[in-house]
Design a protein around this ligand. Structure first.
Ligand code: C5P
Length: 235
């Protein structure tokens, strides 16, 4: 890491967690605070990049830091659908896209225009129909231009006899990312915390970086890895 080593790079970073509405007052969400994604965006800005931060429900205090930077443009998004549209638009002019946002895999099939009432529901319980959201990251990989680097995150809870790395490698292969940052999450790990532990794997499944530390340290390690793959001409 050197000051200004990302100068001239146009980067798009998504951060935070999408919310999928059920009705005007309820949603399906996740525990992402946006801290890691915002740290990735700020690290890039500090190293000289021009940054677009596509933010979906980032904690207010976390977003405030990014909003004051002259080289960070913040674009808001609420749902996976909105995040996908924003990222796609911004990615057309980007050298590097980092998908750090926790995007909902499913959305509610029929969003109720009025607040759903218990009166109208069957007794004992209800069923919500969910439909799959498009995979934004996989779409970026499909449309990747020459010289564009696509980076994903994979928050995993290892188990069922599979290690974190195995799972990450499978995901990297399936999504076709140039780099995938794999981190362990759980009830008490990864979310809402200042620290993180991340292993970065390349398109071949090789470990190219591993860092445990502040989310900013992890972000810097990730940008070092991005520069390294770009210098290798891998992408
Ligand atoms: O498959 P999984 O959700 O674990 O993949 C995580 C990665 O894929 C993250 O980079 C996330 O931003 C991205 N993703 C996406 N679109 C989705 C779901 C996840 O871009 N619908």
């Amino acid at each position: 890491e050197a000051p200004g080593d990302l100068a001239g790079l146009r980067v798009v970073v998504s951060a935070g967690g999408t919310r999928e509405p059920i009705d005007p007052v309820r949603f399906i969400g996740n525990r992402s605070s946006g801290r890691q994604g915002v740290a990735v965006a700020l690290a890039a800005a500090d190293r000289g990049a021009d940054v677009v931060l596509v933010a979906a429900h980032v904690d207010e205090g976390v977003l405030a830091e990014a909003s004051t930077r002259p080289t960070v443009r913040v674009v808001g998004a609420g749902t996976a659908d909105e995040l996908g549209a924003a990222v796609e638009t911004e990615a057309t002019g980007a050298d590097v896209v980092v998908m750090a946002a926790a995007v909902a895999d499913y959305r509610v099939a029929e969003v109720s225009p009025l607040k759903r009432s218990k009166d109208a529901a069957p007794e004992g319980g209800i069923t919500l129909d969910l439909v799959e959201n498009p995979d934004i990251l996989a779409g970026l990989v499909r449309r990747r231009r020459d010289g564009q680097t696509i980076v994903g995150f994979a928050a995993e809870t290892p188990g069922d006899g599979e290690t974190l790395l195995d799972r990450g490698r499978r995901k990297a292969a399936r999504k076709g990312t140039d780099l995938l940052a794999v981190n362990e999450v759980g009830w008490t790990r990864g979310f809402e915390s200042a620290d993180n532990a991340v292993t970065v794997i390349d398109a071949a499944g090789e470990v190219v970086a591993a860092r445990r530390g502040s989310k900013r340290d992890v972000a810097d390690a990730l940008w070092d890895a991005v520069l390294a793959v770009r210098q290798n001409g891998a992408n």
